[in-house]
Each structure stands twice: as C-alpha cells, then as structure tokens.
Design a binder for this molecule. Structure first.
Ligand code: TTP
Ligand code: MG
Length: 376
C-alpha cells in the first residue's frame, strides 16, 4: 500500500486557516526567484504546479493566497500521520514528509479484506487530523505508488494481480519513476509512448535508451518489482542547497554563503546522529551549468567548521567568477554518531561549541544563532 497526502503543505495551511478552504493556495518561495513547493487543487486548475517559478504562478493565478510555508508545522503533522500508519500496519517505510509504503500483506486475516486497512487509515487521517490522502493498493511498490496517484485527491485505487497488464499498459512511459523528458523523447523516436509498448519493446532498443538499467526498467513496464518494504532506510547523504536572490561573483560572497550552508548541513547531520567522510560542493552557474566537486577527509566529520573548511577548499577549485546562481553542500559516506577528526582537545571544544549551537537551534529555531564570517 502506498499512501500520499493530497497537496500536503497547502492542505495544512487550509486546515489551520479555514478561510482558505476551497481557495487557491500556493506555498513556496515568495521572492522573485522563488519556486512553488506545492499548491491546493483549486490552484492546480490554473496550471500551477510544484517546482514552477513563483513569478509564473503569480501570472497564472494572481488571486491565489501566496504563503511562505511553515516547515515546522508540516513536520509536526507528518509525524502524526506516520504514527497512524505505524499503528495500522506492521511495516512502514516513510518515503518523504507526506508519503509512505505500508506492507499489509497477510492483513486480510485481521481486517477481513486488506482494503479495509486503507479505508480505516483514510478515515482516521480525516477525523483525527482533518486532512485527505490518496491510497494505492497493489501487488508491489511500483504499482502501489502509481495507483495512489491515479485518483488524487482523496483517491483509493486498487490494482489486482490479474489487472496489472491491462491497467498499466495504456499509461504513458513517464509514469515510471525515473523516466523524464529525455528518456521519453528517446523512446518516442522508436515509436514507444506507453508502458505497454515499452514492455514489449525490443531489448536492443530498451538498452539503447536505458543502458545498464534496461532490464530493470522493462521489468517495471511489465509490472514486476520485487523490492521489499523496508522500515527505515538510513540516508546516503545529508546536505543543503540555496538558490540566491542575486548571482554571486566574488570569493568572499561564496564563502559567506558556504558558511551558512555548512551550518545548516552540520546541524542536520548531528541532529540525525551522523558524521561523514566525503564532502560535495555543488555549484550552478549563472548560465545554469551544474558542476559538483567532492573531497574526502581522513576521518569522519560532523562539525560546521570542518564542513566549511572542506567546502572552501573545493570552492577554490571551481570557477565562480561568471556568476553563481546556486551553491550546495552535502556530506556523504555517512557513519553513525557525531565526531570530529581533529586533535583531541580542539576536537572536544569544537564538539561542545557545535552542541551548544544545536541546543539553541533546537529550542528556538534555526535562525536564533548565526556564525560570524571570520571565526572559521
Ligand atoms: P507531493 O506529495 O509531491 O505533493 P503534494 O502532497 O503537495 O500534492 P499531491 O496531492 O500531488 O501529492 O509533495 C509533498 C510535499 O512536499 C508538498 O506538499 C510540498 C513539498 N514539495 C516541495 O517542497 N517541492 C516539490 O517540488 C515537491 C514535488 C514537493
Ligand atoms: Mg502528496
């Protein structure tokens, strides 16, 4: 079973402010370079969607309510949703803030019909939280996720074993996760537009488009997916990125941005109880070219200062002089536990300082304290 909340951030806003119910609500970055996080279904009628430039959304739907978003509140609601899932199903794999896979195989013995598990969850989310979600029930993860999307909002879609072929065959190939515009266009050249056509396509053609992933993709097109529902997948990396209001041109400006990003990344890393070995710097230049550079440290790092110093090292290797639109800092090669790679005494002081900052941020919000530019 795959369950995904409907227009999640926007629905929470409508829940907390009933005046917004039934109206177009758009949540996202409100500056001129901001993008839409999500919008209510009332706003979708005007063509507004996630990841659209906010300027475009304002043009399409000028009368909407535009809101900056309240992440802390969405997280709070998300936790309550996930708790309901946990109470109703034995194995829950959270995928993002508003969706999860639930392994309900075998539950027909308890619930008479496994569909009742889905109906019950929908009912609880509605009465206890005042929100709607869409449920997809199918023989595997791929199909369940596809099913939950099919009748949004407030949907409940079941795909039975015997229906799989007829159900998915007419759908466009882009319904398969990972098939974007580029793959869609390549497939089109071979006359393949639907999942059914992809399932029956010549292996050589599929290989041309998907390379080593060809078999996996073609199996998905046949409705075959053997992935288990895994209760908790540890993250592979933790990081933050920012698109700037105005492009950055100098080393000092980029460095200041990295100081902030390193602080945000470090806070998340330690908060989740990880440290990591590899740091990646991502840069999108003014002409939208993206480059990434990575560096590995000898030991695990988790302190803001360590992250920042590696990020600055990488900054020296990239060309920022033609304008930087976005910078991102990510730590990967993660291990459990926060620690530092520096000498003992300095290490302890660093960890203490980071822990103090973390405690303040946790209590008063992330904006409560910021690093000055010169201390690193
Ligand atoms: P989604 O489940 O993709 O979208 P949604 O819940 O708003 O709408 P739908 O009914 O189609 O499921 O994402 C969940 C939340 O994640 C969404 O409310 C806002 C956030 N989000 C972003 O911030 N940026 C994005 O590009 C997307 C897709 C989502
Ligand atoms: Mg959703």
């Amino acid at each position: 079973m795959h369950i995904d909340m409907d227009a999640f951030f926007a629905s929470v806003e409508q829940l907390d402010n009933p005046e917004l119910k039934g109206k177009p609500v758009i949540v996202g970055g409100l500056s001129c370079r901001g993008v839409v996080s999500t919008c209510s279904y009332e706003a979708r009628k005007y063509g507004v969607h996630s990841a659209m430039a906010m300027m475009e959304a304002r043009r399409l739907c000028p009368n909407a309510e535009f809101l900056p978003g309240r992440m802390w509140r969405y997280k709070e609601v998300s936790q309550r949703i996930m708790r309901i899932f946990q109470e109703e199903a034995p194995v829950v794999e959270q995928l993002s803030i508003d969706e999860a896979f639930l392994d309900v195989s075998g539950m027909e013995l308890l619930a008479k019909d496994v569909r009742n598990v889905g109906w019950r969850i929908k009912e609880r989310i509605k009465t206890e939280l005042g929100l709607t979600c869409s449920v997809g029930l199918a023989p595997n993860k791929f199909l369940a996720k596809m099913a939950s999307e099919l009748q949004k909002p407030d949907g409940f879609t079941v795909i039975r074993h015997e229906e799989v072929g007829s159900f998915i065959a007419p759908l466009p190939v882009t319904k398969i996760f990972g098939i974007g515009t580029a793959a869609k266009q390549s497939l089109q050249q071979f006359g393949i537009t639907t999942i059914g056509q992809l399932a029956q396509a010549d292996k050589a053609v599929v290989r041309k488009v998907f390379g080593k992933n060809a078999d996996k993709v073609q199996l998905l097109a046949m409705g075959v997916d053997n992935r288990e529902v895994v209760p908790e997948t540890p993250p592979k990396s933790i990081g933050r990125e920012t698109t700037f209001e105005k492009d950055l041109f100098t080393f000092e400006e980029c460095k200041a941005a990295l100081l902030e990003l390193s602080g945000q990344t470090g806070f998340r890393l330690r908060n989740k109880g990880y440290s990591g070995r590899t740091l990646t710097l991502k840069m999108k230049s003014a002409d939208f070219k993206i480059i990434t550079r990575s560096i590995s440290s000898e030991g695990d790092i988790s302190c803001d200062e360590e992250i920042f110093s590696l990020a600055v090292k990488l900054l020296q290797e990239v060309n920022y002089k033609n304008g930087v639109r976005l910078l991102g800092v990510t730590v990967s090669n993660l291990s459990d536990g926060s620690c530092g790679s520096l000498g003992f005494e300095e290490n302890t002081r660093l960890l203490q300082r980071n822990a103090t900052v973390d405690a303040l941020k946790k209590r008063f919000g992330e904006k409560i304290i910021q690093r000055g530019g010169r201390q690193c």
